[in-house]
Design a binder for this molecule. Sequence first.
Ligand SMILES: [Zn+2]
Length: 288
Amino acid sequence: MPELPEVESIRRGIRPYVQNHQITEVRFNPDKPLRWPFQAEWKHEKIGGSRIHNVTRRGKYLLFALDQGHMILHLGMSGTLRLLEEYQAPGKHDHIDWFLGNGRGDNQGDGVSGQLIMRLTDPRRFGGIIWYADAPEMHPLLRRLGPEPLDTQFTGDDLWRALKKRKSSIKQVLMEGKTIAGIGNIYATESLFFAGIHPAIPAFRLSKNQNIKLLQAIREVLIAAIELGGTSLRDYIQVDGRPGYFKQALKVYGRSSLPCVRCGTLVLTMQLGQRATAFCPVCQPLQA
Ligand SMILES: [Zn+2]
């Protein structure tokens, strides 16, 4: 499931190929919407005919700046974007095609020229895309997102203050996105392991020091994952249908009943907010 690093990797992968290119046509099936119905704007020049000025990210959302407004894309559970050099008929799980640029040329020096198609694939259909006229940060989906974890203006002290009144488990609070954006089950689980914090501890119980450690762990885990994804940017230009996700090097997530990589104790799993949560009972003690 795409979280901040996967979304960021996709952003870095596609941006050089789509930025400043014109969308000459958008193809989709209006009777098969994803999470949100296709708005009227999808049928006219606000999208088709517009240029893509930039591709940015906020939390797990990809933002495409157009001549007017933005496309806001959430990849849901299984969404991915790929770039096709040659048109192929869309498969069952392909939902939107953006045809980009006429005479695109090899302006990236990457050997790719001519028309390019950006294709949204999402087998589980939990993703969604909307067009929004105003600044994307004002949209209800984005307005309440917490700070970006990689924004260095945000400190462990800030995290501690934000969590002071939060009684839910630290893992659930991280995943909500209101205190800090972009983190889901995988990277919440991994970050808590690296910080040595039990996932079920009520957020307000964490000391200032633990918050500092936790934010540092979050950053290290996210940066490592983005770098891993960054090694295979070329994979976004492909025609064989593989999603652009990279294999994550995970230390505790998905390792239930296996020995902890740090101390050898068997990794346990507990349910938190209906999500399976792996942790090491020795490296992540319940008592701080
Ligand atoms: Zn351990």
